[in-house]
Design a protein around this ligand. Structure first.
Ligand code: C2E
Ligand code: CA
Ligand code: CA
Ligand code: CA
Length: 284
């Protein structure tokens, strides 16, 4: 069953969650998912917001909503663990519904406070594999009084590999309604270019693995520069995530990258802190 394990890995199934031999999620994973349902209902989940700033002006223009799980006993469950787990067990629908409800509520709050900033949310493969999300998002936008244009949907390339036709149709729909589509973790997938051709993309988001070392790596510099050129030539906005120092930020400005996000600007933070940051900081 070493082979089964490799097959599971190749299929993108994390082997600490998914038992490749029995071909089903491990019992611990299933238990954790029960905890997740409970946690979503009892307020253990929280959203934090990380600013996205215009590289040319240095001003905040948007925020990415990122989920946090504060379980009463288990410490620091990272989304890198619970999101893939939720995807494998079908629980992602519940996380996504909660996340979208919370994020649109928060976005309406910062707009009511006079902050004209866009909201980026992460969607998983399962979320766009059917058209259900179109109804969920339409209803939320109406309920919260938000124009479709404030929303950016960050989708990883791998999200399209499951049900490419359905996923593309869903994204076309959302894009026609006025939402922006961002290709997240750009450069890490198998076939970035072919997806780029078929997707209604508005933004390329360069994966942080190419950005973290930008100031010291000749290779990363070439990759980031080429991606920014590609985006510009396709008429897309280009975001660099994982910007951790001034040198990288300034280099991105030279290169002509549109938007920067990373610890150099700010770490993800709760709503109140985020609104304070956008009112009262050098990036405001
Ligand atoms: P992502 O969408 O690529 O988000 C960027 C991740 O990089 C975040 O980690 C963020 O905190 C981190 N990051 C931001 N700036 C820097 C930096 O300068 N340096 C470094 N080293 N890291 C930085 P986080 O919050 O742990 O999220 C991990 C992943 O979990 C996200 O990756 C996203 O794919 C997923 N995720 C988070 N929340 C949700 C959610 O509500 N729904 C879905 N479907 N996925 C989510
Ligand atoms: Ca993202
Ligand atoms: Ca990313
Ligand atoms: Ca990522």
């Amino acid at each position: 069953s070493e082979l089964a394990m490799y097959k599971a890995r190749l299929a993108g199934k994390p082997t600490h969650i998914f038992d490749p031999v029995a071909d089903r999620p491990r019992p611990e994973a299933l238990m954790l998912m029960g905890e997740m349902r409970k946690g979503l209902e009892t307020g253990q989940f929280q959203l934090v917001y990380q600013p996205k700033v215009d590289v040319a002006t240095g001003k905040v223009v948007a925020a990415e909503a990122l989920s946090r799980w504060q379980h009463p006993h288990m410490k620091n469950l990272s989304p890198e663990t619970f999101v893939p787990l939720a995807e494998q067990t079908g629980n992602i629908r519940h996380l996504t519904r909660w996340m979208l409800e919370q994020a649109t509520t928060d976005c309406a709050a910062w707009r009511a406070a006079g902050l004209d900033l866009k909201l980026s949310v992460n969607l998983s493969a399962k979320d766009i594999a059917t058209g259900e999300i179109v109804m969920i998002l339409s209803r939320l936008l109406v309920e919260k009084g938000l124009p479709a244009e404030v929303l950016t949907l960050e989708i990883t390339e791998s999200a399209l590999m499951d049900e490419p036709e359905e996923a593309l149709a869903t994204l076309d729909n959302l894009s026609d309604m006025g939402m922006s589509v961002s290709v997240d973790d750009f450069g890490t997938g198998y076939s970035s270019m072919s997806y780029l051709k078929r997707l209604p993309a508005d933004e390329l988001k360069i994966d942080k693995s190419f950005v973290l070392n930008l100031a010291n790596s000749r290779e990363d510099d070439v990759i980031v520069r080429s991606t920014v050129d590609l985006g510009r030539n396709l008429g897309l906005s280009v975001t660099a995530e994982g910007v951790e120092d001034l040198e990288s930020f300034l280099r991105l400005r030279e290169i002509g990258c549109t938007i920067a996000q990373g610890y150099f600007v700010a770490r993800p933070m709760p709503l109140e802190k985020f609104m304070e940051f956008c009112t009262n900081s050098p990036w405001a």
